[in-house]
Design a protein around this ligand. Structure first.
Ligand SMILES: NC(=O)C1=CN([C@@H]2O[C@H](COP(=O)(O)OP(=O)(O)OC[C@H]3O[C@@H](n4cnc5c(N)ncnc54)[C@H](OP(=O)(O)O)[C@@H]3O)[C@@H](O)[C@H]2O)[C@@H](O)CC1
Ligand SMILES: [K+]
Length: 505
């Protein structure tokens, strides 16, 4: 399923009409009927449904919804929140149809009173404004939305909560706080941006008949990654495979104060299916983590002041991929290891403190032909881009893409909605995971799973998406079972990988 901006959605709409001849009023009919069906699944005949219809095509969807619900025996009516002359085009056509089917339309001047007296059992359908919103809502919509947000009624938004921008990057708006949103045709970008996502409530995206070609012509490819994609792309194993077929991974990191991080990454790589994993770290760290990951082998690297030192004896050629930086600390004397690993002919994952070292000298990436994967959280992304965390959170799609393209790297921007970006700018959002992952160690586990995934028979992009899916899904399955979001530990997430495999493969 695609993730779009408002402009891209209009492009899909135009392409569909031009190349398939489908008419806008039919798309509107499809949209309204699909949403009405979802409303019928949630609401009983005894409940009243009030559709708030605005002037554009979003309002037009509202008239279709009201007509469909009434035809099916539901008590639905429309409160038109704009003057009559504002309803034009396809919306006017569907308003007319609705009225011809004995539909009731209350005019705007009754609006305030209707909403003030609204029984809390009445279900509100918000079709006031969709992706055509420009700037801050004006009155009367502004005051209606303010009023509505103080009520506790079940509120179902059509396509997008009215007032909310579809595109990332907007800080100032007033919008309906929806209980549910049914998006039409494609997911709107702000459903995955931290400060706008909560307005959608629970959401789903409905197909209304846009042709696949209309999405394929989009310049920016953005999709969500779900269990379907995971099941479709995850490589099968053969009875004749040997350990070398599942990748030999090298993990470099660890320091006296952070030995556990490397242990988590190593064990996560093993648990997710790597053939062989070697942890390259200091002798002290090896002593601390060896029993936590007995299946791993170890490479003792020199240290100074409890931190890793550069060592030119690492035989990179023995491995298939390297993950670097985990719990490594920020001592400048460790930094040359980054350049050395980058000059190896291996795919390279840089995580945690490795990203801080990288920022000191981004030229280490120059000319590297093998894939490089960076796994920043928003703070690290901000550090790499020399921006504030707020800037990154405001436009995560844009900034992840910019960095990935500028430096020819894959970026896994971690967060409640992890965004995976290829060097060409293709993006996917992983939707698995929960607040239980917001803990120290989660990122270390993800790095281990990523290392394993990029060594399997799938593209790097698929491997990264699948790694994020497995990591989040492990947490989801665990909190549905014996754990909660409060007590979940990173080490639990490692063990939960088995649950993911047993459930989905
Ligand atoms: N083919 C498709 O893609 C399909 C799209 N469909 C649906 O169409 C929707 C997009 O429709 P759209 O383009 O007509 O825009 P829409 O969101 O209704 O808003 C425009 C109206 O809002 C008003 N308005 C704007 N800003 C405002 C403000 N700040 N404060 C107050 N008012 C403001 C503006 O008024 P004006 O500024 O002109 O006075 C104008 O009248 C889309 O979200 C989906 O639901 C479906 O039918 C299926 C097929
Ligand atoms: K809406």
């Amino acid at each position: 399923m695609y993730i779009v901006t408002a402009e891209e959605m209009y492009g899909i709409d135009q392409f569909s009409m031009k190349h398939t001849g489908v008419e806008a009023s039919i798309l509107m009919e499809n949209a309204g009927r699909e949403i009405a069906q979802r409303i019928m699944d949630m609401v009983g005949f005894e409940q009243s449904i009030l559709v708030l219809a605005g002037s554009g095509n979003n309002g037009g969807d509202g008239f279709v919804i009201a007509r469909t619900l009434r035809n099916m025996g539901y008590q639905a009516s429309v409160l038109q929140v704009v003057d009559d002359e504002k309803i034009t085009g396809h919306a006017a056509y569907h308003k007319h149809l609705y009225q011809k089917c004995d539909g009731i339309v209350d005019p705007l001047d009754k609006g305030r009173e209707i909403i003030e007296r609204l029984d809390k059992e009445v279900v509100v359908v918000d079709a006031m404004v969709g992706i055509g919103v420009k700037g801050m809502l004006r009155d009367p919509l502004h005051s209606i939305v303010t009023q509505l947000n103080q009520l506790e009624n079940l509120t179902i938004s059509v396509d997008i909560p009215s007032g909310l921008p579809a595109d990332e990057g907007e800080a100032d708006f007033i919008a309906v706080q929806a209980s549910h949103t049914f998006m039409i045709g494609a997911i709107k970008q702000t459903a995955f941006v931290q400060h706008t996502a909560p307005y959608y409530g629970e959401w789903d995206c409905l197909d209304i008949g846009f042709p696949t070609r209309a999405f394929e012509q989009l310049e920016n490819e953005r999709k969500i990654w779900t269990e379907k994609e995971f099941q479709h792309t995850f490589p099968k194993r053969s009875a004749y495979d040997h350990k070398g077929d599942h990748g030999k991974g090298l993990i470099i990191g660890g320091s006296a104060n952070m030995p556990g991080a490397l242990g988590l990454t190593t064990r996560a790589a093993l648990r997710s299916g790597a053939g062989l994993v070697t942890a390259g770290t200091t002798d002290k760290v090896i002593q601390r983590i060896a029993t936590f990951c007995p299946e791993a082998t170890f490479l003792t690297l020199p240290e100074e002041n409890d931190h890793l030192q550069y060592n030119d004896e690492i035989e990179y050629a023995k491995f298939d991929a390297v993950a670097l930086g985990i719990g490594m600390g920020r001592e400048a004397t460790s930094r040359p290891i980054i350049r050395q690993a980058a000059s190896s002919k291996l795919p390279l994952i840089i995580d945690g403190d490795g990203l801080t070292h990288l920022k000191e000298d981004l030229t280490v990436l120059d000319g590297k032909e093998e894939p490089v994967i960076l796994t920043p959280h928003p703070g690290e992304m901000a550090m790499l881009l020399e921006l504030s965390i707020k800037d990154v959170l405001m436009r995560p799609f844009y900034y992840a893409k910019k960095f990935a393209e500028d430096y020819n790297v894959y970026v896994v921007l971690k967060g409640a909605f992890t965004i995976i970006t290829t060097p060409e700018g293709k993006q996917a959002v992983n939707v698995s995971g929960n607040a239980g992952l917001a803990k120290g160690g989660s990122g270390d586990v993800l790095t281990g799973i990523i290392l394993t995934m990029i060594m399997q028979k799938q593209s790097i992009f698929e491997g990264l998406c699948n790694a994020c899916f497995i990591h989040g899904k492990s947490a989801d399955l665990l909190v549905q079972g014996q754990h909660s979001e409060h007590d979940l530990l990173a080490s639990d997430v490692i063990e939960g990988v088995s649950l993911v495999y047993r459930t989905f493969l």
